[in-house]
Design a protein around this ligand. Structure first.
Ligand SMILES: [Zn+2]
Length: 253
């Protein structure tokens, strides 16, 4: 990013987003992937110390954090200043090993979208036992992220349906409840597939990986999300948390 673009990104976009903050109707969502002790890289790996600093900021500012289960309450699902939903994509083991106890001590709730077929089959990912412990603690919520972490933007309707149904069935068998939250792998989606999910699944909320305002579609709400990059300036993190970056997609389209 050249310096002018960087200034526009860091200061211009959130300033405009602040003016249009009333366009945020639903709880603002930020997301991460893996949490690592050494280094950190872009959106995929966040350094543990940086993550803890960001969480500390939320505590100091008096943020309320929610888990997906809370969203069944319409009032809790609404956008509020100082309210945020923290999500993690894929189901990395670090989402328990590195942060569960730390978040629990501080009462910070968070959520994980599971690439369900990877769970228990790859040591880099969570196990069902850990996931049950996390859910039963009341601290963590879970959603699905397909069965095999497939790019859903280029597959036919039948395979798409199979990916979703297989993921939901295993999720329900292991956790004993129906997932209501779904997130597209790689952030790749088509409008037709959102419509398919909205009419033919049990999902209540469909999450994208674009910084955009969330909006209702039939019986679901299509949720914009703010990816937190390990390389973001701290002011960018603060404004993503506030929902000021959700104007981004409207500006670039
Ligand atoms: Zn993913």
């Amino acid at each position: 990013m050249n310096s002018i673009k960087k200034i526009i990104y860091q200061y211009g976009i959130p300033a405009l987003g602040h003016l249009f903050v009333c366009k945020n109707k639903y709880c603002n969502v930020i997301y991460y992937h893996d949490i690592v002790r050494e280094g950190g890289h872009s959106y995929m790996q966040t350094n543990l110390l940086l993550f803890q600093q960001q969480m500390q900021y939320l505590i100091e500012q008096g943020y309320e954090t929610l888990r997906f289960d809370d969203f069944e309450d319409d009032d809790l699902f609404r956008y509020r200043n100082k309210r945020v939903c923290i999500a993690f994509d894929d189901g990395w083991l670090s989402n328990h090993a590195e942060i569960f106890d730390w978040m629990k001590e501080r009462g910070l709730k968070y959520n994980v979208f599971l690439a369900v077929g990877l769970i228990g089959n790859d040591e880099r990912y969570l196990t069902w036992d850990l996931i049950r412990e996390m859910h039963e603690s009341g601290l963590c919520g879970f959603g699905t992220h397909t069965y095999s972490h497939t790019d859903l933007s280029h597959i036919d309707v039948a395979i798409f349906a199979e990916e979703v149904e297989r993921a939901d069935a295993l999720f329900e068998k292991e956790l004993g409840y129906t997932p209501k939250d779904f997130c597209y792998p790689y952030g790749r989606f088509t409008k037709e597939s959102i419509q398919q999910l909205a009419t033919k699944s049990n999902y209540r909320r469909i999450y994208l990986s674009t910084m955009s305002y969330s909006y209702p579609m039939g019986k679901v709400v299509v949720m914009g999300r703010n990816g937190i990059s390990n390389d973001d300036a701290f002011c960018v993190f603060k404004n993503k948390v506030k929902g000021y970056f959700n104007i981004f997609t409207s500006l670039v389209q």
